[in-house]
Design a protein around this ligand. Sequence first.
Ligand SMILES: [Zn+2]
Length: 351
Amino acid sequence: LSWAISNQKLKMTTYSIGVDLGGTNLRIAAVDEQAQLLEKVTLGTQVTLGRDRVMDDMGAAIRRIADKYERKASLAGIGIGVPGIIDMQTGMLRESPNLPGWADYPVRAEIEKRLGTRVILENDANAAALGEKWLGAGRDFDDMAMITLGTGVGGGLILGGRIWHGMTGMAGEFGHIAVEPEGHPCGCGSRGCAEQYASATAVVRMAREAIATGGASGLLRTTSSDPEFSAKAVYNLAIQGDEAAKEIFRGVGRALGIVLAALVNGLNLPIYVIGGGVASAWEAFSPSMFAELQQRSMVYAAAAPPVPAVGAREASAQLEPRRSGKTIITRALLGTDAGLYGAARLALQGG
Ligand SMILES: [Zn+2]
């Protein structure tokens, strides 16, 4: 009997639990080593209910999943993607614009207390990059960089298949590379950061600026309080041919082109992936992005694929140049699941 049990245990599949703690949603997935999604849960927990409530709900949901698979699979670990700056040593969330009231909160210790087991904490943009590397646009590459265009602009660097943290865990802040030396003030304390020109928040601000200067009647209708939604409305106007809206996305493309030129010149990686909600506006910003990049990066110009792809369908075709050593700039493939899969992957990798 004991042989039968241990044999059964050997055959058990290994899985991990990934958590994406967003500013609005809390999502949890159980994923096995073969990248098979076992379960995906979205908790309607409102961050405004406070961090204790969010932590309690998260802990309970993780425990429910762990209990459910206890006899069927072996849990490798739990990975949690958190928006904001994380102290990797202490597991403290230092600062998070999307989670007000969570500054200097010991997220890792609090969740470990509720679960009675170790968890791995990671910045959400880093987790998204690892997810795209594992199962998305970067799956055929060991090294890649990702830029995530959401409410802010995040970034993640993958080297040798693992997240590059840098000395203090803060590597990959591509959104704070300056694209306008004396430009718009940024929440980070600097000016003219990419985040001020290529995020959903920036798209809305630039739309308001265009309205203020007059002659942008189409944009008047787009103002609303939700940056992600409003940025989408500006994009819809742009694809309908509204000149003011098109110019905003040309600006997004120029900002991204400058950031990409810095990354390509500095890192010479085989692939750069653009994700996040604003990446859906690829058709509106990518022509000016590629033009700017081509002009500003000799490294890119020397290794650019013949014709930059436009649109998601071309993304797989664009992966072709890897055999000829061409630099690939492409859209992310996993959408909002990238961070969730990345968090699960972290736990499978053991950090
Ligand atoms: Zn900044």
